[in-house]
Design a protein around this ligand. Structure first.
Ligand code: PEP
Length: 249
């Protein structure tokens, strides 16, 4: 049985005092769940969040990192830096970063390798645009993103990786994929991983769905055969709503 994982992606929201208050309210509500709960917070909230989650079952992730360890990359943060303050997870290749910051499958692959080297667990985002889906190319596009993201990654490292299938047309739009469509795409991803590695590795891999997840649809999505939880944007900004999502399975 794969564990359930619910990860919040706060994007560019929440000041440190808001983050601390949020975590205090959330932790009281989710303390008895065995689901894995992760909050991916802005860099400026990391340290405060790490202190506040001590003695709770909430884990902290960053939303991006650079693949180099250090050097002349003004404004960037490396995996080594994240690890040094106790960060456990890092989102890599979110569609907003691919769209606004020119991230490519190649940079995504470099970041995953660097994250693993620094003992961070990458949450790797893949997903198709609306045009790609309407043209019937979504399966090929997503299979290819998975293949390129995982190039050169060893099978035993897959235990440390989470994949998030996030159809771009469903992110922040209020338009959720049906649980059946999302589950089918996640099966496709699992099948690609089985082709690249083995059925055993594919069956163990945690794959999340992301795209307008909220408490009204999370139970149905997370109860399907292959969706192991969610990467949640907008609905992760309110502690009560996010707690309901965390507790929905
Ligand atoms: C996301 O940012 O990864 C996301 C899925 O956003 P939302 O839940 O707001 O669609």
């Amino acid at each position: 049985m794969r564990r359930k994982v619910i990860a919040g992606n706060w994007k560019m929201n929440m000041l440190p005092n808001e983050a601390i208050k949020f975590i205090e309210e959330l932790s009281a509500q989710v303390k008895n769940t065995s689901n894995e709960i992760i909050l991916c917070v802005p860099y400026t909230d990391l340290f405060y969040s790490l202190l506040t989650v001590q003695n709770t079952n909430i884990k902290i992730g960053a939303q991006n990192m650079h693949w180099e360890e250090k050097g002349a990359y003004t404004g960037e943060i490396s995996g080594q830096m994240l690890k040094s303050i106790g960060v456990e997870y890092v989102i890599i290749g979110h569609s907003e970063r691919r769209k606004y910051f020119a991230e490519t499958d190649e940079t995504v692959n470099k970041k995953i390798k660097s994250a693993l080297q620094n003992e961070l667990k990458p949450i790797v985002c893949v997903g198709e645009t609306l045009e790609q889906r309407e043209a019937g190319n979504h399966e090929n596009i997503v299979r290819n993103q998975v293949k390129l993201a995982l190039e050169g990654i060893q099978s035993e490292q897959l235990e440390k990786i989470i994949i998030a299938y996030e159809p771009i047309w469903a992110i922040g739009t209020g338009r959720t994929a049906t649980s059946n469509d999302a589950n089918e795409m996640i099966k496709t991803i699992r099948n690609e991983v089985a082709n690249l590695y083995s059925e055993e590795v594919a069956q163990k891999l945690i794959i999340l769905y992301g795209g307008s997840v909220k408490s009204e649809n999370s139970k149905e999505l997370f109860s399907t055969s292959d969706i192991d939880g969610g990467l949640v944007g907008g609905a992760s900004l309110k502690p009560d709503e996010f707690a309901k999502i965390c507790l929905s399975v």
